[in-house]
Design a protein around this ligand. Structure first.
Ligand code: 5GP
Length: 242
């Protein structure tokens, strides 16, 4: 969605005011909201506050669940939805083939990750399978304040930190239709060794045992159904801008 459309949808903005707000924040007419950098988000937010544009903050949605359950397919499905902002995490792991820096993750060195922690720039962070992963704080806050629902696809230790930091966050656990189906999905990745498969299954079992800590458990029969349920849960907590 374009920033212009987002502002046009805001109550009482109108097209002339939308144009002025964007010009002041240095954002071009054709810019998509998903493509805004954190600096531009911040500027746009300040202009909106100065101009008294009313915005209900969006809902912070945390989506967790065992590996292989389909979380990234759900995230991809929601990527272009106008009401949703997908957070891009920082990680110290190596990019996989076809992953792009800034799109799938911000890939950083261990030193840079340490620096982000000490600056308080991460909303949460955790270690997973030998690498560190964290959620950049300011981009999430700015997107929420602009009325977007923000989706974090993170593992369970991170979800617990968000629960403590923001009791209003919506914590959703995505579960497979059955344990057998998850085993099928996890073991059909032919490239894994038997040892690696066993480790993935053990981890999935541990993750499944945490589902009770979440506000909602959504069973992934169909990606579209989970995505629609996520959106309606988020909107029932906060209307956001759209
Ligand atoms: P992968 O390396 O397969 O992309 O991700 C491994 C795990 O890290 C997944 O469970 C994913 O949800 C989780 N993850 C990705 N980003 C973050 C983050 O920013 N924080 C936390 N705590 N976990 C993350």
């Amino acid at each position: 969605m374009r920033v212009r459309e987002l502002l046009d949808a805001a109550p009482g903005v109108g097209s002339r005011r939308a144009f002025t707000l964007m010009a002041k924040a240095g954002i071009s007419e054709t810019r998509r909201i998903g493509g805004l950098g954190s600096h531009q988000l911040q500027k746009l937010r300040s202009e909106m506050i100065l101009n008294k544009v009313p915005v209900n903050p969006g809902t912070l949605i945390v989506m967790s669940g065992p590996g292989g359950v389909g979380k990234s397919t759900i995230t991809s499905f929601l990527r272009d939805h106008p009401a949703i902002w997908i957070s891009v995490s920082v990680t110290t792991r190596e990019p996989r083939e076809n992953e792009k820096d800034g799109h799938d993750y911000h890939f950083v060195t261990e030193e840079k990750f340490d620096q982000l922690i000490s600056q308080g720039a991460l909303l949460e962070w955790a270690e997973f399978a030998g690498a560190r992963y964290g959620t950049p704080r300011s981009a999430v806050t700015d997107a929420l304040n602009l009325g977007k629902h923000v989706l974090l696809e993170i593992e369970i230790a991170g979800a617990r930190q968000i629960r403590r930091a923001d009791p209003k966050a919506l914590l959703v656990f995505v579960s497979p239709p059955s344990w057998e189906e998850l085993v099928d999905r996890l073991t059909s990745r032919g490239t894994d060794s038997a040892e690696r498969r066993a480790a993935r299954l053990a981890l999935a079992e541990e993750e499944m045992a945490c589902s009770g800590e979440f506000d909602e458990v959504l069973v992934n029969h169909r990606v579209e159904e989970v995505a629609t349920a996520l959106l309606s849960l988020a909107s029932s907590r906060s209307k956001g801008l759209i």
